[in-house]
Write a protein of this length. Structure first.
Length: 135
């Protein structure tokens, strides 16, 4: 899934975490679940990173400052740092460690371009929902 989708899902789950300390755990877990679903990613990591930062900015601009929400979202995108390092040539494919990136947990098959639109719509809905319940 796209970085913004991982962030939105992790933030949403973080909001419902029973304790702020569990928010990163559920955020990280959401990354695995979302990566198993067939999806499409942007080829350009700058677009991915920019949209992920935009998702965080939308929450902050909307007045969402809950540590559980922010930590859940950030933990959900954490595994994709190794993909960024791999695409930049800083690490090799065999140096990845996240279960969904090394084949331990099957990664979802590539989906069509319409999947990007669906991810955007669902992520935007999650962010809007968070702004409405947190403010």
């Amino acid at each position: 899934m796209c970085v913004f989708t991982h962030f939105a899902a992790g933030a949403l789950l973080g909001a419902f975490s029973p304790h702020v300390a569990l928010a990163p755990v559920v955020g990280l877990g959401s990354h695995i679940v979302l990566d198993v679903i067939p999806h499409r990613d942007f080829e350009n990591m700058k677009v991915e990173i920019g949209l992920g930062i935009l998702a965080l900015a939308v929450l902050l601009a909307g007045g969402v400052y809950s540590w559980a929400v922010i930590l859940g979202g950030l933990a959900a995108v954490l595994p994709d740092l190794e993909n960024l390092l791999w695409k930049l040539g800083k690490i090799r494919e065999n140096q990845k460690i996240f279960p969904g990136h090394v084949g331990f947990i099957p990664h979802g098959k590539p989906a069509g371009k319409i999947n990007l639109i669906l991810q955007f719509i669902l992520s935007a809905a999650a962010l809007i929902f968070l702004i409405r319940i947190e403010v």
